[in-house]
Design a protein around this ligand. Sequence first.
Ligand code: AGP
Length: 617
Amino acid sequence: MCGIVGYIGRQKAAPLILEGLKRLEYRGYDSAGVAVLENGRFSVAKRIGRVANLEKDGATQRLAGTAGMGHTRWATHGGVTDANAHPHLSSDGTIALIHNGVIENYAQIKAFLIDKGYTFKSETDTEVLCNLIAYHHAKEPAGHNGDSRFVESVRKTLRHAEGTYGIVVMALDAPGELVTARKGSPLIIGLGDGESLVASDVAAIVSRTQNVVYLKDGEIAHLTAKNLAITTLGAGAVEPVIDKVTWSIADAELGTFSHFMEKEIFEQPAALENAMRGRFSEDGSTANFGGLNITAGEFRGIERFMFCACGTALHAAMVTEHMIERFARMPVECDYASEFRYRNSPLFRNTLFFVMSQSGETIDTLAALREAKRKGYKVLAVNNVVGSTIAREADGGIYQHVGPEVGVASTKAFTSQLLIGAMLALYIGRMRDLSFGEGVRFVEALKSAPGLARIALEQAAHIREIAKRFAHYTDMLFLGRLSLFPIALEGALKLKEISYIHAEGYPAAEMKHGPIALISEKCPSVFLVPSGEMLNKIISSMQEIKARKGPIIAIVTASVELPAGLADETIVVPEAHEAVLPIIMSIPVQLLSYYIAVERGCDVDKPRNLAKSVTVE
Ligand code: AGP
């Protein structure tokens, strides 16, 4: 959840670290800090609030060292205070450390260290790790396997640490070195020209280098400006695998947009094109996926599917459930990853597992993946971030290919998951009862999605005006049916997370079994209204709301004609194939939430209490 950046090279470290931290701020933004090693001492600047606060502070301008590290915090242990912000120094001043994760046995370690005379300034679990490294470092003779004493003291510490961590460590007596290690929190090493970097996300280092090494759980990396050596917790040597990042710094910049969420909403036509590029068969009747690592024969032996995910990704999985059941006629179950991991539900044989995760680092989703694998099931991942932990641990999967998603509120990652879910339904359906002709029509429909998304985006100015009239409400309902019910859930989640308006998503007909009690002129409803067989049923639900004076925003497809006066506001999107409709309906829902949040003056890209990827339980 926290953002981590480390640098060692020829340049002044602090400005590069601050630049990297700004790109990582979406990971956590309670407080920020930088430490550099200069003139034989650590200089540290840290304070609560945003990176901009820290940058304004003259202290960071004066930091001149060429090795350093920085951190943006999302508080777990200890409140949001300057003292709890990272980096932390050991009480003897020899070790500096930044940390993402949670050390579960910190209380025992702390008691041990207090006994040894170490003192603590903060309430964090991180300071405990820092002092334990200092303790081992002070006692450590020359290391094993050619490792430095510094690496060995980190290794000894981590063998005692229970929980999760991504750390960067500096030692006063090792000025040209950084040590970094991970378990459960992502870390990426950048190998530049005479400089090395480490970060919790590629976005922080892509302006310096595109050559990266994804550190794995249980690995410890020892970095100098020109060298990288990786060993394991057990002290075995690891040969680093250098990957090339395929996107550039422009992908992670705002350009002419006001917020990343706005940029990412408008990027959706291109994102959809990227997600399906090269993924249709030559005869144009089905989808192809390169990385499933499962043969067509094995696929035919599958009798049911299970999807686990969290938040927005779970909503995408729920739409996928509908698509696979509808077009492939196969049973699908969806579960919150956080529930599945503890529920110990009875599972069927011949079940194929899927996890969906934009970041590929969500701890609950990762735990669900591990639980399913432990039970002997194959697990495939739909995931956007290349090299993420979920991508690496899954048996195979499908990359979303939509570039970095920076806004905390997921938008383009969501619609690309919907697209991939529909493509999966097509792929499985074509192995079963879906005919060649139906397959061809399905492929054509999917190919139309980017164009239809562009048309839906043309409603932006109209939706902005509606948002101005609805921004003052404190409660809202989102209502849809069948494959649009998860889009109603997603609309409510989007509105809640960025505008802090209380919102609920419901199947439109279920509304009369309880939520209708909330309806009054103070509680508007957003209805998702496609043409087709459910139209009259949905109109009946709208009439029930209207009869109770509830204001209505109707998002309708082009051919829908509503009874006069039924909707207070109408947003029209193009007609679309059943497999594409949820994608097209998502766009006005996202725009409505975005403009309402802007109207309310909310910090859209960094909503309170949230972080982009949730890597703690
Ligand atoms: C999306 O708007 C949310 N911020 C959140 O629900 C998110 O989708 C969830 O945390 C899962 O993230 P993931 O896709 O990276 O696993």
